[in-house]
Design a protein around this ligand. Structure first.
Ligand code: AMP
Length: 145
C-alpha cells in the first residue's frame, strides 16, 4: 500500500509559501503562476501559521465584495491547519480530506513541513494503485487458466 512518502517521492516536495504580510492578490497570483490551488502562510521564523486556498478567496473576498489588493492573507487564511504524516497511507490522507472537507494537506515530519498533497495527487495515486492490482489479478487469472 502506498504511503504519503511514496507519493511525495513521485510528485516532489516543493511547498509554495507566502509571508503573513502578503496580500490575497499576490497569493492568488502565485497560485496562478505555479498552477496550484493553495499556499502555506509562514511567519518570520518560517513556521507554518495558516493555509489559504482558492476557496477562501471565492468565499471570503469575492462574495463579500472585499478588495484582494487591500486584504492581507492573514485575514482569510485558515489557522488551524490539518496535517498528515509521511508514514500515513494515501487512503488515510483521503479519509482525512473527506472528514475535514479540505482538498489540501501539508505533510509534516518532526515538526518540519516536507510537502503538500492535494486531492488530485491522492486520487491519481489511488487510481494507479488500483490499476496495478487489476493488472496483478489479470496475470494471476490468466496464469491459472
Ligand atoms: P480546499 O478544499 O482545500 O480548497 O479548502 C477548503 C477550506 O478548508 C478553506 O477554507 C481552506 O483554507 C481550508 N483548508 C484547506 N486545507 C486545509 C488544511 N489542511 N487544514 C485546515 N484547513 C484547510
Amino acid at each position: 500500500m502506498e504511503t504519503v512518502r511514496d507519493l511525495l517521492d513521485d510528485k516532489g516536495r516543493d511547498v509554495h509559501t507566502v509571508p503573513q504580510s502578503c496580500t490575497v492578490f499576490d497569493a492568488i497570483r502565485l497560485m496562478d503562476e505555479r498552477n496550484i490551488g493553495a499556499v502555506i502562510v509562514v511567519g518570520s521564523d518560517g513556521r507554518m501559521t495558516g493555509i489559504l486556498t482558492e476557496r477562501d478567496y471565492a468565499r471570503k473576498v469575492i462574495l463579500r465584495d472585499r478588495s484582494s489588493r487591500a486584504t492581507p492573507v492573514t485575514d482569510i487564511m485558515t489557522r488551524e491547519v490539518v496535517i498528515v504524516r509521511p508514514e500515513s497511507l494515501v487512503e488515510e490522507a483521503m479519509a482525512i480530506m473527506t472528514r475535514k472537507r479540505c482538498r489540501h494537506l501539508p505533510v509534516v515530519e518532526n515538526g518540519e513541513l516536507c510537502g503538500l498533497i492535494s486531492i488530485g495527487d491522492v486520487v491519481k495515486a489511488l487510481i494507479h494503485e488500483q490499476e496495478f492490482m487489476i493488472d496483478q489479478l489479470e496475470h494471476y487469472i490468466a496464469g491459472s487458466l
